[in-house]
Write a protein that binds this ligand. Structure first.
Ligand code: IMP
Length: 427
């Protein structure tokens, strides 16, 4: 039974958590493969809202094994806090979590560097300040600390000491100072002790599950346009958030993925700096933000809002090899008399259906098509036929333009507020 990958098709925050949570009804394992506590999945335990950062969204269903792959960077404190929050809501999830022993750790100095850089206008890109960039720098610089090092406390302490010394000049140049190794490690000890029994071989676990015919979901974090290779560099995160990252980040062969589902909002949002051609810096953008509650689930920052960008979605379909689309937050567009959709770009070289390079030399302007809006609430819709004709027209238009079917359409935050067209796993 090959795996199904759920990938963000935009700049993150597409609502992947809800899609994964729904699909998990049929899954026995959910595995994350990239990023760290920069991600934020808003999930609902009944009416209680919980935000998960590291733990895969499948965690709400007891018995579903949740894997954090080696492509991730894991902050032990953040993981511990999350598990304690779940416990406070009655979900004891520790036994269902496997953390790759090869995942790299996010340690206090990574967060200090990330924060200091964000204070420097010449260096800031609007990160989540969770230490993600510096942790991946250490990893590819071959001086990072893999989670398995905590099995050997002496070696772990020595590695932290080396890393602290390596970062000290950078921190000093940025006007900061690092705490001593002891002062860093002391508050971490409890979290490290609880992390230890969760460590294991993630690649083996995922491959064994697939071999045993289990249904495995691969949960993307961030989105295609934040991918370090395929995103709007340098305004990106530091990991491979696209579908290929699931293979390297979990130790999984590409042919083990049977379906790639790209998740997109019915409009576009972005947090942090960087290009966003369809952004609405006006009352319409503010209205989308207010209707959609578009504030970062990790940082609380207001999200930038804009119209749906179909060239960007076509690009996401291409780089991920998407088989289907999951469209979220359609209900947020209720009440607008007119909806606009970017279908192409005008560039100095002419009109193109492709997403132009949005780097420094970008001179394009979005070409919009205007579609009629709808005014009656749609959160009660459970079938396409229940939607107003204008909402169906909006969906048909996207489907035609992207040439991909919808697997599901989300019409509200709760599990049941969903129109499911294609079940993730064949029965
Ligand atoms: P970092 O991943 O914290 O280094 O941040 C790099 C960029 O990615 C910033 O623009 C962040 O706002 C953005 N980013 C990182 N994680 C997410 C996410 O889960 N959703 C949306 N944006 C994100």
């Amino acid at each position: 039974m090959p795996a199904v990958a759920i990938i963000g098709a935009q700049w993150g925050d597409e609502g992947k958590g809800k899609v994964v949570d729904l699909f998990t009804e049929e899954a026995e394992m959910v595995a994350r493969y990239a990023g760290g506590a920069n991600a934020g999945h808003t999930l609902y335990l009944g009416n209680t809202k919980v935000v998960m950062r590291l733990v895969p969204s499948g965690v709400l269903r007891p018995g579903v094994k949740c894997v954090l792959g080696q492509g991730m960077v894991v902050d032990p404190l953040a993981l511990d806090q999350e598990l304690r929050e779940l416990l406070a809501h009655g979900r004891d999830a520790g036994g269902d979590i496997l953390v790759s022993e090869r995942a790299h750790l996010v340690l206090p100095y990574h967060k200090v560097v990330d924060e200091l850089r964000e204070k420097d206008p010449g260096l800031s890109i609007g990160t989540t300040k969770r230490g993600i960039g510096p942790a991946y720098e250490d990893k590819v610089g071959r001086r990072g600390i893999q989670a398995q090092t905590i099995r050997y406390p002496g070696q772990f302490r020595a590695a932290v000491d080396r890393a602290r010394k390596a970062w000290a000049p950078t921190v000093a140049a940025l006007g900061g100072e690092l705490a001593s190794v002891e002062a860093m490690l002391e508050p971490l000890q409890g979290a490290l002790d609880r992390l230890l029994p969760m460590l294991g071989d993630a690649s083996r676990a995922v491959n064994d599950a697939l071999k045993a015919g289990k249904r495995v979901l691969l949960e993307g974090a961030q989105g295609t346009l934040l991918d370090v290779d395929h995103g709007t560099y340098p305004f990106v995160t530091s990991s491979s958030s696209t579908a290929g990252g699931a293979c390297t980040g979990l130790g999984l062969g590409p042919r083990k993925i049977r379906r790639v589902v790209g998740v997109t909002k019915a409009y576009t949002t972005r947090v942090g700096g960087g290009p966003f051609p369809t952004e609405l810096n006006d009352a319409i953008g503010q209205r989308i933000r207010a209707n959609g509650g578009e504030f970062g689930s990790v940082t609380g920052r207001p999200r930038r809002c804009g119209w749906l960008d179909l060239p960007a979605l076509r690009y996401a379909a291409q780089v991920n090899g998407m088989d289907g689309l999951a469209l979220t937050k359609l209900d947020v567009l209720t009440g607008f008399s007119e909806l606009r959709v970017c279908v192409a770009y005008d560039t100095p070289e002419g009109r193109t259906l492709d997403l132009p390079d949005l780097g420094e030399g970008f001179q394009g302007t979005p070409v919009y098509v205007s579609l009629p809006g709808w005014s009656s609430p749609i959160s009660g819709a459970r079938r396409l036929e229940d939607l107003p004709p204008e909402a169906r027209r909006y969906l048909d238009f996207i489907e035609e333009q992207i040439d991909l079917p919808f697997d599901l359409i989300s019409v509200g935050p709760h599990r049941e507020e969903t129109i499911i067209k294609v079940a993730p796993f064949p029965s």
